[in-house]
Design a protein around this ligand. Structure first.
Ligand SMILES: Nc1ncnc2c1ncn2[C@@H]1O[C@H](COP(=O)(O)OP(=O)(O)O)[C@@H](O)[C@H]1O
Ligand SMILES: [Mg+2]
Length: 306
């Protein structure tokens, strides 16, 4: 039976289900162009990313691939040029200055790579954790110590930054980021200045925040071992998400990490550079649909016209 005109009108009025639905973090076709002295740099070139509430996700990629740009957008520090960026239902492109301030104070917590940037050196660890609560006007007695304890740095409560190791400072920084009970923690190469053993403790602290407080955690890192420690690793190349590694437990309890290429909504896919090089693929490939997979071949030699 044909639909009636009013049924069609009702259907047209219904908004199409948005990309990412009600996921905690949704980036849809995100673009960020920097203009400096007449030169344009496209740092994000239509990046898609969906992260659910309570996920612990690592973002990896070469230097210059757009990782920090992405985190700056998600933290509300930077506004993208185009696309959609939505966190906890809030639209990061159109939010008012007042909402942005509230967002940065209470919805999201941020940890920088440079340990010195995360803490005020003239305050003790405990005072550093109390500061964001005081700024938000919601001091909570005992909260700072609780957080320092959870992250294994209670012994640093009375110390200032020069009296703490780099790893201790970063764990205190996580406590600062958690002070106002954010829904989301973002960390940009939090272990970039640390050795591997200390890095492990910082990752442990982030995992603890995720598991015990239910906070969504997104970590940018170039530590290749991190994908063994998180549920999902998203690879970024040239300002786009290009691969995902999913970690799961096998039948015998062993950890299996499987890498996938990311397919965007219109069907675009990035082939790994080394695969393309191995078969000298350039510009054009031939595709063939098989019953359970798609074959990709280098283009045939073009017959010359003369
Ligand atoms: N403030 C800026 N002004 C101009 N170009 C920038 C700025 N920030 C980053 N870029 C450029 O954008 C690209 C992505 O940078 P970035 O997000 O910092 O990458 P990553 O964190 O992955 O190393 C790089 O080419 C970088 O030079
Ligand atoms: Mg960076």
């Amino acid at each position: 039976m044909n639909p009636t005109l009013s049924e069609l009108e009702a259907k047209a009025r219904r908004p199409a289900a948005a990309f990412g639905g009600d996921a905690h973090i949704v980036c849809d076709n995100l673009v960020r162009i920097y203009k400096t002295e007449g030169v344009e740099v496209v740092a994000l070139q239509g990046l898609d990313l969906v992260i659910d509430k309570g996920e612990l996700v690592a973002i990896v990629g070469a230097s210059g691939s757009g990782k920090s740009t992405l985190l700056n957008v998600l933290s509300g520090l930077d506004v993208p040029t185009a696309g959609v960026a939505r966190v906890a239902g809030m639209d990061l492109l159109s939010m008012s200055a007042k909402d942005r301030l509230r967002y940065r104070r209470s919805v999201v917590g941020f940890i920088w790579q440079q340990t010195a940037r995360n803490l005020l050196p003239y305050l003790t660890a405990r005072e550093n954790v109390e500061l964001p609560m005081r700024l938000a006007g919601t001091p909570r007695k005992g909260r700072a110590l609780e957080l320092l304890e959870l992250l294994g740095v209670a012994s640093c409560a009375g110390r200032r930054t020069p009296e703490m190791s780099g790893g201790e400072q970063q764990r205190v920084a996580i406590a600062v980021a958690l002070a106002n009970s954010p829904q989301l923690i973002l960390a940009d190469e939090p272990t970039g200045e640390l050795d591997s053993e200390t890095s492990e403790q910082v990752f442990d602290a982030l995992r603890k925040a995720n598991r015990e407080l239910g906070v969504t955690v997104t970590i940018v890192t170039h530590d290749p071992l991190v994908s063994e420690q998180v549920d999902r690793t998203v690879g970024i190349r040239d300002g786009r998400t290009s691969s995902e590694t999913l970690r799961r437990e096998g039948a015998e309890g062993q950890i299996i990490a499987e890498e996938y290429a990311v397919l965007d909504r219109v069907g675009r896919l990035q082939l790994p550079r080394d695969f393309m090089n191995a078969l000298e693929m350039e510009r054009r490939v031939r595709l063939e649909l098989e019953s359970d997979h798609i074959g990709v071949w280098p283009a045939r030699e073009e017959p010359s016209n003369d």
